[in-house]
Design a protein around this ligand. Structure first.
Ligand SMILES: [Zn+2]
Length: 381
């Protein structure tokens, strides 16, 4: 009888094994944790906390270490380290719920224990302040990837923003010789090279330089929404040829080409209220967030439908194969996400939608984590 029960429950036990779910880009550290939110507890603001991560089945998160272009020489690296300190403090506070991970083996072991695997991604080459020593230092602290540029260019790599909007200000375009040395050194260190945010010239210089598969940690498809840093078909094909992966960004402005106009119309219709909210909060993003909360139904219509986000996954999978697409939400880093995508608790909806349009469980497993593990292992090997 006992044996029979065991046989009966065995399939259940296998099904109960958590599916690997990796998100390669989340800004909760720079936007929530550093401002004092306790991400170990359920939050009413923001898109991430350990409670909702559990609900959504998220078991590996790469946290973005980010500061804007007001930080530079003498300040940017210090800020990066301060944010890493904050992540370490969170891990120390909740050791039974979250652990730092720097290798594929650690990741698998951490997920097995039912904890969230926390990885570090540094978003913006300006945080190494043109110093190879700082690159080494961040790698030593656990950096798994570095996005070569944010919207600002560095002295050694040009961004999509400057390549497209301020090309006249550029002293060079693409990777300089020092930039190529940085890519080589990242390859040696096993730090993944992230091409989200870089300009097209930098992108192709990276592809020609790297000896390891690259990632685009939070990028969408240019053919579906012509935003300056969405990836064009030849770029997607180059990433596939390199063995890399594109992790889809959820930001409404990258998902839906009509979003910005719809958002502007909504703001124009409520201009006086927005102005008074800005006076109260002294923060435009927060004021806009409050305005959206006041007009929930109306502002919800500004957000693209979930199906439009799924189209980006489908487009990449159809063009370059299901082995080259994953999730890089940009949660907590953008002001708007598609309908039904409110937080890290909502990833299961992506699985449901993908299965609905013909993807298999095996495909979903690749998109949710398998593809990331392949590129992570290839970089560490
Ligand atoms: Zn970004």
């Amino acid at each position: 009888m006992k044996k029979l029960l065991l046989i009966l429950f065995l399939p259940l036990a296998i099904n109960a094994k958590a599916q690997l779910l990796v998100d390669t880009h989340n800004d909760a550290i720079s936007n929530e944790l550093i401002t004092g939110h306790d991400l170990g507890q359920l939050q009413t603001e923001g898109n991430f906390d350990l409670v909702r991560a559990k609900q959504g089945g998220l078991n590996a998160q790469i946290f973005s270490i980010w500061c804007g272009d007001t930080y530079g020489k003498g300040t940017a690296n210090a800020m990066a380290n301060r944010e890493i300190d904050s992540l370490f403090a969170l891990i120390k506070r909740y050791p039974d719920k979250i652990a730092l991970v720097t290798t594929p083996k650690q990741l698998t072991a951490t997920v097995k224990k039912g904890k969230l695997a926390a990885l570090i991604g540094v978003e913006g080459g300006h945080m190494i302040e043109d110093s190879m020593d700082y690159l080494d230092q961040l790698a030593k602290r656990g950096m798994s990837y570095m996005t070569l540029t944010w919207n600002n260019s560095t002295s050694w790599a040009t961004s999509a923003a400057t390549e497209t909007t301020k090309p006249d200000t550029l002293k060079h375009k693409g990777l300089t010789d020092f930039g190529k040395q940085i890519v080589h050194h990242m390859n040696d260190l096993g730090v993944m090279v992230d091409v989200s945010h870089v300009g097209e010239k930098t992108f192709y210089d990276v592809i020609a330089t790297t000896s390891k598969p690259v990632i685009a940690s939070h990028s969408c498809v240019w053919n579906l929404d012509k935003s300056r840093r969405n990836l064009k078909d030849p770029q997607l094909q180059a990433i596939a040829k390199n063995g890399g992966v594109v992790f889809v960004n959820f930001y409404s402005g990258f998902v839906d080409s009509t979003y910005t106009e719809k958002e502007n119309t909504f703001i124009r219709a409520h201009r006086p209220e927005l102005d008074s909210l800005v006076n109260i909060y002294h923060d435009r993003d927060l004021a806009t967030e409050r305005l959206s909360a006041m007009y929930k139904a109306e502002s919800n219509l500004v957000r693209p439908p979930l199906s439009m986000l799924i189209k980006h996954f489908d487009y990449i999978a159809k063009l370059i194969g299901v082995d080259h697409v994953g999730i890089g939400s940009d949660f907590d880093g953008s002001e708007s996400f598609p309908q039904e995508m409110d937080s890290v608790a909502d990833y299961p909806k992506i699985k449901t939608e993908l299965l609905k349009i013909g993807y298999s469980e095996k495909d979903v497993a690749k998109i949710f984590g398998g593809n990331f593990m392949r590129v992570f292992k290839a970089n560490k090997g």
